[in-house]
Design a protein around this ligand. Sequence first.
Ligand SMILES: Nc1ncnc2c1ncn2[C@@H]1O[C@H](COP(=O)(O)OP(=O)(O)O)[C@@H](O)[C@H]1O
Ligand SMILES: Cc1cn([C@H]2C[C@H](O)[C@@H](COP(=O)(O)OP(=O)(O)O)O2)c(=O)[nH]c1=O
Length: 196
Amino acid sequence: MTTMFVVIEGPDGAGKSTLVSELAALVSSTSGRTVRATREPSDSPLGAFIRAEHAAFSPRGRALAVAADRANHIDGVIRPSLEAGDVVISDRYVPSSLVLQRLDGLSLEEIWRYNSFAPPPTLTAILVPDPQTVSKRLDARALLTHFEERSTPALQTLLYGEAADFLRALGWNVVAIDVAASSPKEVAQRILAHFA
Ligand SMILES: Nc1ncnc2c1ncn2[C@@H]1O[C@H](COP(=O)(O)OP(=O)(O)O)[C@@H](O)[C@H]1O
Ligand SMILES: Cc1cn([C@H]2C[C@H](O)[C@@H](COP(=O)(O)OP(=O)(O)O)O2)c(=O)[nH]c1=O
């Protein structure tokens, strides 16, 4: 069975988690395969701690904690699911570190040192939203993360572009998907077309 490990990336508020649900339903109904939708930080106790306790970490400490959570996620969820023949779709993966830990002041090279163990997905889709639309969505959120407070959708989009170039140079299959004027269903169909 063809390995299908898809990562959905993009700035906060771009529509990642909405798209993961939409894509999981589409892949399941069109292929009949079992789909494992997952996310990072993972749903493990370490992942929950990283989400809840931002102030517990220095920037380097957070980079390493996120990488440790990623290692557990790969070994405990992603690899076993792929070995069972399931489709895996993850909301965030290594590119999130190449953007968020960079906003925390680390270099791409240092972040990659902590993440080079991570297997490349079959496809990494980076959502490119309209920055103004995303700003309005974030304004409507009651609680913003440290990164949402300290950056803008336009800056995150720029850093995602640099992360994409960095990973492509390492052989990753990365595509940028303009989502400014598309429904989640249309975006899911465009991503699936990459597997046709
Ligand atoms: N393609 C889209 N078109 C219009 N609204 C969208 C689209 N994708 C997501 N949304 C809306 O934008 C908001 C943020 O989406 P979400 O999936 O939570 O983003 P993220 O996971 O990237 O932070 C949600 O209210 C969602 O319903
Ligand atoms: C995946 C990932 C998350 N994080 C941090 C960002 C956030 O502070 C926190 C939670 O991620 P986030 O996806 O923003 O949470 P939610 O799903 O609740 O919107 O983890 C990193 O710093 N680096 C990473 O690579």
